[in-house]
Design a binder for this molecule. Structure first.
Ligand code: AMP
Ligand code: MN
Length: 270
């Protein structure tokens, strides 16, 4: 039985395991095709490919680019089959943007009395290439469920929030295609809840696919995305968005439901 998992994260971004251990976990769970899709980083892909050969898991080289869109301040676009050297400059720029944004958020938090520095947040990110708001929250002292800290300080409109400025969604898709890749809109109903906005997003962006099957997508949402894929000739992909064995939300493979509506597909190499 094929088990397709086209998103997962390692310690190169906000995952808990090294790339080879992500692949080992996937193999144990019966995954047949896996993408390691770290946020704005492809540094883990070669290690994942080596482990894939060892475990007999097909690895699709991938990156998950964070971007901005009018409907979502943090929209994710996955790039599959990207040439690693060609996408690297975009990853480096995104990582630089993340550091600059982190510095501004840290300054804002200091203004609210938190005793932290950018170095604390960078230390919290450990070996990760991509620093993100979860690292900053932990450096500020938040523990366990980061939700309440996010709600008060780090979401749009909250006290210390600073928006991402680059790239926007169309730029992210263009960067992926320029690097020889295929662009797939990740988990649309995770970032956006209004069906009309999801519909408009998918119709207007003209990506190559949509992550249709996803643990938090309801049957109705999955059907909507599948119908759009059929109408617009987009590839319906799937993932459980594995972040590690003790992650609060995304801790296992095979966690998405197809509701018997269809089967996920792997985008063809261009
Ligand atoms: P960033 O890459 O800095 O934009 O941070 C995005 C990450 O922050 C997401 O991948 C989530 O892990 C986390 N995040 C976003 N919103 C929330 C929230 N409301 N509660 C907890 N974590 C969140
Ligand atoms: Mn994502």
């Amino acid at each position: 039985m094929p088990l397709i998992e086209l998103q997962s994260h390692s310690t190169h971004s906000d995952g808990q395991l090294a790339p080879r251990d992500v692949v080992a976990e996937a193999a144990k769970a019966g995954v047949t095709t896996l993408a390691l899709s770290d946020h704005d980083s492809v540094a883990g892909v070669p290690g994942a490919e080596a482990a894939g050969r060892e475990h007999g898991v097909e690895i699709v080289p991938a990156v998950e680019m964070s971007c901005v869109h009018e409907y979502a301040e943090d929209l994710h676009i996955c790039g599959y089959w990207v040439d690693l050297a060609k996408i690297e400059p975009a990853c480096e720029r995104a990582q630089d943007e993340r550091r600059a944004r982190a510095a501004e958020i840290v300054e804002n938090l200091r203004g609210f009395g938190f005793d932290l520095t950018l170095d604390d947040a960078i230390r919290e990110a450990g070996g990760a290439d991509s620093i993100g708001r979860p690292h900053i929250a932990k450096a500020a002292g938040a523990t366990g469920d980061l939700g309440p800290f996010f709600e008060e300080y780090l979401v749009p409109g909250a006290k210390a929030f600073v928006p991402r400025r680059w790239p926007d969604a169309a730029q992210a898709i263009a960067l992926i295609r320029e690097a020889g890749g295929v662009a797939v809109i990740a988990h649309p109903y995770w970032d956006i809840s209004a069906p009309g906005e999801v519909d408009d997003l998918i119709r207007s962006l003209r990506a190559d696919g949509v992550e249709t099957f996803y643990p938090t997508h309801t049957e109705e949402q999955t059907r909507h995305l599948l119908d759009l894929c059929a109408e617009l000739d987009l590839v319906p992909t799937a993932s459980s968005d594995f972040h590690g064995p003790t992650h609060k939300t995304f801790a296992k493979f095979g966690a998405y439901d197809t509701y018997g509506l269809g089967e996920p597909q792997v985008p063809q190499r261009p």
